[in-house]
Design a protein around this ligand. Structure first.
Ligand code: ZN
Length: 679
């Protein structure tokens, strides 16, 4: 599970030993790399990379190669036309000789950048198909003008066959309109454009297939469907086409294995070597039992400084939440900041025992929630260019219960977001008054960071299912409700005196900064990410509106939180923060009950009543206010570039890191040097 960045705002400073340190700009590092459509691309620093040992640097280097070489997998998973479309667009982009100030070219360039950012033709977050602002005639002219050999035609008999297939994919808004459809009134498989299910497969067929092979009494079930595309065999029966060395995505997987083998030579210790071996075994066989073996070894290795994720991990791209998209994070431990998360996870049982949920749903023994703060060194696959700020893995419930989980906060990423936001005018426009602005200035960066820690390291790790409850029982609402559970747990404890007692906060009112921001974001400002007339679909956004809206409605009588008008603008006003915390506790108890009992009907009602529908008037007001601010709704990153340094005898003496590469150059380089599927 991952935590995404909710909104934009800046933070502040007050230091106590375990408190997060406010981000501060200490040099002329230029965070903003590119800006287009609704996107801003940043770069992130990798502090202390220089202080690592040569072995650690080399391990990061090779894991970084493994992270980049899998890129084509996510492109192909997102939609079966993404790679040929990318080839076509890049051929035009790099061969264009015409007027670069023309409207069509500008629109083409924006579309190219959007497609790179979305790892395909759909928006990474809304999953809606991008709308090109240039004409089909323009593209046809450019294709006709391409030099011989610029277009790769291995999949098509002729240029005409290629454009006949790809032009509707690019220009017809009704074709492949949405990558992930969550609309429960439709067949969510048939109406999704992703490539996790072959064309013509229905939701019912998939559900029937899995209900036949799942054993409800298996206490240690594999993550069914995690690494497979569902296809129809020649007799018309449903079967899994498994991602592994000799199967689907065999080419990139072979190269990933090659780099994992290289990285293995520089391991910190044997436990790390063991989990890399186990991961390779799984990549070779595609056997999900082996994935569980790997996940257990990985979760239990808490000693290594260098760490990574590389595989089919998160299932947000599948409307049924089963098949995972390929991603990679390479990172190393930030020892100073990890003292804070170690303190939190060291008290995990206390938090579990005092949580406001029915004791039957609590974990009697919280197993090894290991938490650390990390420095991201390379992002890949579905974690790039858009990335999470916190991760908690593995996802399998029984492994988390029996072997624990690893939770991480990506501090250098959070810091880049914060520093790139300084002075953007957000608070002045949306925060109700000066005292609240001061509260946010003083404590939001700190409480945001703690919210991520608590969400990942306690929230997702808390609670348990009743015996016999199917972990997939909440179906298309599973992700939303799981994120809600983790957010509620984090919000509830942010206001707990325990955090002061542990030295993690120094002011009993600090939590109010996060409460205010959460309500503001959930009720108003996150609507900036929604197009006019649309409802909310993405799981994290549904979760945030669900929580904020539920609190607003259930606190109405006591006026706990209000939406008030000032000078024609709507503001969030919180009158009673203590009562707001009580409501958070009540909702946490209910969401945990829904999860523990697998109560789909109640979950469905909760999500639809509070998390989906958008108030049109409020929405257009928010969009109008944002349009004046020039704050991009979405951000992502380019990676730093790592290069091996040799002495005159050809021995590697160091790994150099550079931050110079711009967005376009990085994307073109990846397509050139790391293509494994785009023939
Ligand atoms: Zn989460």
């Amino acid at each position: 599970m991952k935590k995404l960045l909710p909104a934009v705002a800046a933070g502040s400073l007050l230091s106590l030993s375990l408190m997060p340190q406010k981000a501060k700009a200490d040099d002329n590092f230029n965070y903003v790399v590119d800006r287009f459509a609704d996107i801003e691309v940043l770069r992130y620093k990798v502090p202390d990379f220089e202080t690592l040992s040569l072995n650690q640097k080399l391990m990061i280097y090779y894991l970084g190669e493994a992270a980049q070489i899998g890129r084509d997998i996510i492109w192909d998973q997102n939609c079966r036309f993404n790679l040929p479309v990318r080839n076509l667009l890049e051929a035009v982009y790099t061969n264009y000789k015409g007027d670069k100030s023309s409207k069509d070219w500008k629109a083409f360039e924006q579309y190219m950048k959007q497609v790179w950012f979305g790892n395909g033709i759909h928006h990474h977050y809304s999953t809606d198909k991008f709308t090109p602002g240039f004409s089909q005639e323009f593209l046809a002219e450019q294709v006709a003008a391409l030099p011989q050999g610029a277009l790769n035609l291995s999949d098509y008999p002729s240029v005409k066959a290629l454009t006949d297939e790809l032009f509707p994919v690019i220009f017809d808004p009704t074709l492949l309109a949405k990558r992930v459809s969550q609309d429960g009134s439709k067949d969510v498989i048939a109406s999704s454009a992703n490539n996790l299910y072959a064309p013509g497969i229905t939701q019912k067929e998939v559900e029937d297939y899995y209900s036949k092979i799942k054993d409800p009494n298996d206490p240690t079930p594999v993550s069914y469907g995690l690494n497979a595309k569902i296809v129809r065999d020649k007799d018309g029966n449903i079967k899994e086409d498994v991602y592994h060395l000799t199967g689907l995505y065999g080419e990139p997987i072979a190269q990933i294995i090659y780099y994992l083998e290289k990285a293995k030579d520089y391991c910190d210790n044997d436990a790390q070597k063991a989990y890399i071996n186990s991961l390779i075994d799984y990549y070779i066989t595609g056997d999900l039992k082996k994935f569980d073996e790997y996940s257990i070894l990985w979760a239990e290795d808490t000693k290594s400084d260098v760490d990574f994720v590389n595989g089919f991990i998160e299932s947000y791209g599948d409307p049924l939440g089963m098949t995972a998209s390929w991603e990679s994070y390479v990172n190393f431990k930030n020892k100073k900041s990890s003292a804070r998360t170690e303190t939190i996870s060291g008290n995990a049982q206390w938090f579990e025992d005092h949580s406001p949920v029915d004791p039957r749903f609590r974990k009697p023994n919280v197993k090894g929630v290991s938490a650390k703060v990390i420095t991201a060194a390379m992002l890949g696959g579905d974690a790039f260019p858009s990335t999470a700020i916190g991760i908690n893995l593995p996802n399998a419930n029984w492994i988390r219960a029996a072997h624990g989980s690893k939770s991480v906060t990506l501090e250098n990423i959070t810091e880049a977001y914060a520093l790139a936001s300084v002075g953007n005018g957000f608070n002045e426009e949306f925060v109700i008054d000066k005292p609240t602005t001061k509260l946010l200035d003083d404590y939001l960066y700190i409480t945001d960071m703690l919210h991520t820690d608590l969400h990942e390291c306690l929230g997702h790790a808390s609670g348990r299912l009743l015996p016999g409850v199917d972990p997939d029982a909440l179906k298309e609402h599973g992700s939303t409700l799981e994120e809600a559970r983790a957010d509620l747990f984090a919000l509830y404890y942010l206001a707990d005196p325990k955090l002061l007692e542990l030295g993690i906060l120094d002011n009993p009112d600090a939590y109010k900064a996060e409460y205010y921001k959460y309500m503001l974001n959930g009720l108003l400002t996150q609507l900036n990410r929604i197009e006019p007339g649309k409802d909310i679909e993405e799981a994290h956004m549904r979760n945030r509106q669900l929580i904020a809206n539920w609190i607003l409605q259930h606190g109405k009588e006591d006026k706990v939180v209000e939406l008030v008008k000032k000078g024609g603008k709507t503001y969030v006003k919180i009158n009673d923060y203590r009562k707001m915390r009580d409501l958070i506790g009540r909702l946490l108890a209910e969401v945990q009950r829904i999860k523990s009992e697998g109560d789909y009907a109640a979950g469905n009602k909760l999500v639809n009543d509070y998390g989906v529908k958008v108030d049109q008037k409020l929405h257009s007001e928010v969009l109008k206010r944002f349009s004046k601010l020039n704050i991009p709704p979405y951000r992502g990153f380019v990676n730093p570039v790592y290069t091996l340094v040799y002495d005159k005898d050809g021995n590697v003496t160091d790994v150099a890191i550079s931050y110079d590469e711009n967005y376009v150059d990085q994307m073109l380089r990846l397509s050139r040097d790391y293509s494994t599927l785009a023939k």
